[in-house]
Design a binder for this molecule. Structure first.
Ligand SMILES: [Fe+2]
Length: 247
């Protein structure tokens, strides 16, 4: 039995919902309409933003997927699109700050992207990145090094979902100064039992620095609401380790 298997999620749900307003900022979502597999209309984006505001968020950093040829016209287009979203949110009476970053899929083209300024950071040079879900990639350490040379602060999106990584690998990533962003809905089993167990282990091991909704659509808001009585989420928030409200 491995360490990941040792934990179980048999702990009873809380008696009351956790108030997410303590987080302040959601740092992972796909709310710019029609640019990736997230929201597919302005109307949908407005509905999702309204629900995030109702959950207590004061700010969202929305993070469209960025990979080879995802923005052939240049990533600068996101600056225009976030302006439209802000205006529409304001016109609909939604009181939430919106910043745009990206969810960067790491690949061999990192040096080219850096050179051509085709990476969208947020806040103080922060970058949210992901890696392939099903297979381990070669070159990860080099890509991370190239980005850190450029003084980017790196945040790995949903590390609990990379089931091919060992406990040791996560420790190595932490030692490299990578921040860990947990998808909160992992804790209630949205991505399956294995991911849930891994997420619980990360909380127990104090590995998590940030949490996100990874909201692509209504299904993720619904899952988030089902996570609000999760004892591991409470433990994580109570730990004082989360940095969401600094972004
Ligand atoms: Fe995402």
């Amino acid at each position: 039995m491995g360490l990941f298997d040792f934990l179980s999620s048999k702990t009873k749900p809380l008696k009351e919902d956790i108030d997410l307003s303590i987080l302040g900022t959601d740092i992972h979502s796909h709310l710019i309409p029609c640019v990736d597999d997230g929201s597919q209309s302005m109307q949908e984006s407005i509905s999702l933003l309204r629900q995030l505001a109702d959950l207590g968020y004061k700010k969202v950093i929305t993070t469209p997927h960025l990979f080879e040829n995802s923005f052939p016209e240049g990533i600068e287009i996101l600056d225009e699109k976030v302006l439209d979203l802000r205006n529409e949110a304001k016109n609909n009476g939604i009181n939430i700050e919106i910043e745009v970053g990206c969810e960067l899929l790491l690949d061999d083209d990192i040096k080219g992207r850096i050179k051509n300024k085709q990476i969208k950071s947020f806040g103080d040079n922060n970058i949210l990145f992901e890696i392939p879900m099903s297979t381990q990639v070669n070159g990860l350490e080099n890509w991370l090094f190239d980005l850190q040379l450029e003084k980017y602060n790196l945040i790995i999106a949903h590390p609990e979902r990379y089931l091919y990584y060992s406990e040791k690998k996560f420790t190595e990533l932490k030692d490299r100064g990578i921040l860990f962003q947990l998808n909160m809905i992992s804790l209630s089993g949205y991505y399956g039992k294995e991911v849930q167990t891994r997420a619980e282990w990360m909380v127990e091991s104090n590995l998590i620095d940030l949490v996100g909704s990874d909201c692509h659509g209504q299904r993720h808001i619904d899952a988030l609401k089902r996570t609000l009585r999760n004892p591991y989420l409470k433990k994580l928030i109570d730990s004082g380790l989360l940095q969401n409200n600094k972004l």
